[in-house]
Design a protein around this ligand. Structure first.
Ligand code: HSE
Length: 328
């Protein structure tokens, strides 16, 4: 098998408004090329891999993170995910990892998930393991738990599998359903230059919901799935409502409500936070509409809150993680 192996895992939008912790989709660049995400390079480690030596994974280098991510394997999402895979499937193996962050940290775009997914895909290929995708997801989950403090796979699953996915359950093992995407659907994405810590953001959410709000949320989640199967964009638009996380989290994203109103005014089907934010996404009928909506959202946040924004229009569905050769 080739040594080393490089793998790319894309950024993703999780929750999709009404699907807190269960729905997500992968992102790509406007022209269908590789968009934001992470690259992890795995090579055979030349060091003892016992517990005394710190385990079977070593991080040789991290780039693109501004020196913020830990090199210590036990504190790094990519290394924790790779370690779980090796301990489960190839005890005794050792690997070195190099991590290239090609996306911002704490942006709501699944940065830690992309690291964990790229790591397990690279190590799986390096060691010629051919672990089934749903099992690979279970190993990547160890990295996400480290990063966010909770076991949820709504960034991991789309980053690994691509497309738009439903994570029905993680217990006793990942049960992930790939959903159809209506032709021409696009995601307008805006990332304010700010950060939200996912672990802290999750801690602020209510632990218990009143029954009427829970009913509203699961009604919308079920409607969203139905809309995807029927390619019914009007139903999709009605379903893109979050009464659980957005009301709490929007308070921490200056300009959110004005930007959401601008997105709808510009013709978006719906708009909400991407994951825990601060990035916002809007689903749109067509790439051109997506471009207009992204501009409306970004201009509004820049004017209302004085915060600069990056913008991206991603055609859907986008491909998931893959082994790459040379530069991606
Ligand atoms: N579903 C998660 C959340 C995604 O909204 O907290 C971020 O990890």
């Amino acid at each position: 098998m080739t040594n080393p192996v490089r793998a790319f895992a894309p950024a993703s939008v999780s929750n999709i408004a009404c699907g807190f912790d269960i729905l997500g989709f992968a992102l790509q660049a406007e022209n269908g090329q590789t968009g934001p995400g992470d690259v992890v390079t795995a090579s055979y480690g030349e060091f003892p891999g016992g517990p005394e030596s710190g385990g079977p994974v070593r991080i040789a280098r991290i780039t693109g993170d501004g020196g913020r991510l830990p090199l210590e394997p036990g504190r790094n999402t990519a290394a924790v995910a790779a370690r779980a895979l090796i301990e489960g499937e190839a005890p005794g193996a050792t690997v070195d990892l190099q991590i290239e962050k090609r996306m911002p940290l704490e942006s709501g775009l699944g940065s830690s998930a992309a690291s964990a997914v790229a790591a397990v895909v690279a190590v799986d290929a390096l060691l010629d393991l051919a672990v089934p995708e749903q099992a690979l997801l279970g190993y990547a989950l160890a990295g996400e738990v480290l990063a966010s403090g909770g076991a949820h796979a709504d960034n991991l699953a789309p980053s690994l599998l691509g497309g738009l996915v439903l994570v029905r359950s993680l217990d006793p093992e990942p049960d992930v359903i790939e959903l159809p995407v209506p032709a021409g659907l696009a995601c307008a994405l805006v990332r304010p230059h700010a950060e939200v810590n996912t672990r802290e953001s999750r801690a602020r959410l209510e632990r218990q919901l009143p029954l009427d709000r829970a009913v509203t949320q699961w009604g919308n989640a079920a409607a969203l799935v139905s809309a995807l199967y029927r390619s019914d964009l009007e139903l999709l638009s009605r379903a893109l409502v979050d009464v659980v996380a957005e009301p709490v989290r929007a308070q921490g994203v200056p300009g959110f409500h004005a930007a959401k109103a601008a997105a709808i005014e510009a013709g978006a089907l719906g708009c909400s936070l991407s994951g825990s934010g601060p990035a916002l996404f809007a689903l749109c009928d067509g790439r051109d509409r997506g471009t207009e909506v992204a501009a409306a959202m970004a201009d509004t946040i820049e004017a209302a809150a004085g915060v600069a924004c990056d913008r991206l229009v991603s055609p859907l569905p986008a491909p998931g993680a893959r082994v790459i050769a040379g530069e991606a």
